[in-house]
Write a protein that binds this ligand. Structure first.
Ligand SMILES: [Fe+2]
Length: 183
C-alpha cells in the first residue's frame, strides 16, 4: 500500500520533511567517508560506507513519498520530469560557471572534476528528456499550458501556479513561489 502524501497537511508533515533532509545529509556524509576510506586504500570500508549511504537515501525517499514531496500519478510524474529536464540543463550551466570560479581561485584539478559533473547534468537532462518523449502523454508533451521558471534552479512549472498554496516551494531547490517567473 502506498503511503503517498499521507502526512501532507497533518501535524507530522514538518517533522517528516525534516527527517528526509537529515537522511539526505547522512547519505552525503557516508559517501564522503567512503571517499576518505578509498583514499586510504580501504576499499572494503568504502563499500560498507556506500551501502550505509544508500540505505539513508532509500529512507529519505520513503519520507519524500510520505509527505508528497514529488508527484506520484502518471500524468503529474511526467509533467514533473519534463520540468526537471530543464533544471538539469540549468545545472550544467551553473556547474560550468562554478568550475570557472574554482579554476580562477587556483584549484585547477577540482575545476576539471566539476566539468565532469557538468557533463553528468547534461546527460541527466538528455536522459530525462528522452524518457518524456517516450513515455509522456501528448497532453504533457505539448507546450500549451502556462509556464513558470524557477529563478534559482531553472525548474519549469507548467499549469496554473495560482492554484498552488502560498507555501508552495520549488520541488528541486526548495525556494518559495516568489522566485518563479512566468515565461
Ligand atoms: Fe528551483
Amino acid at each position: 500500500m502506498s503511503n503517498y502524501a499521507k502526512a501532507k497537511g497533518t501535524p507530522i508533515e514538518k517533522i517528516i520533511k525534516g527527517q528526509m533532509q537529515a537522511e539526505l545529509s547522512g547519505a552525503g556524509m557516508y559517501f564522503a567517508l567512503a571517499r576518505a576510506a578509498k583514499a586510504q586504500n580501504l576499499d572494503d570500508v568504502a563499500d560498507v560506507f556506500k551501502k550505509l549511504a544508500n540505505e539513508h537515501i532509500a529512507q529519505a525517499s520513503f519520507y519524500a513519498e510520505f509527505c508528497g514531496r514529488y508527484p506520484f500519478e502518471k500524468e503529474e510524474l511526467w509533467q514533473f520530469v519534463k520540468g526537471l529536464s530543464k533544471a538539469e540543463y540549468c545545472g550544467e550551466k551553473a556547474i560550468l560557471e562554478l568550475s570557472d570560479k574554482v579554476k580562477k581561485a587556483g584549484f585547477t584539478e577540482a575545476a576539471e572534476v566539476l566539468k565532469t559533473f557538468a557533463a553528468q547534468h547534461k546527460h541527466h537532462a538528455e536522459v530525462t528528456s528522452e524518457l518524456v518523449e517516450k513515455y509522456a502523454s501528448d497532453n504533457v508533451k505539448q507546450n500549451t499550458k502556462k509556464r513558470y521558471v524557477c529563478g534559482i534552479c531553472g525548474f519549469e512549472y507548467e499549469g496554473d501556479m495560482d492554484s498552488e498554496p502560498d507555501d508552495y516551494t520549488c520541488p528541486i531547490c526548495g525556494m518559495p513561489k516568489s522566485v518563479f517567473k512566468q515565461k
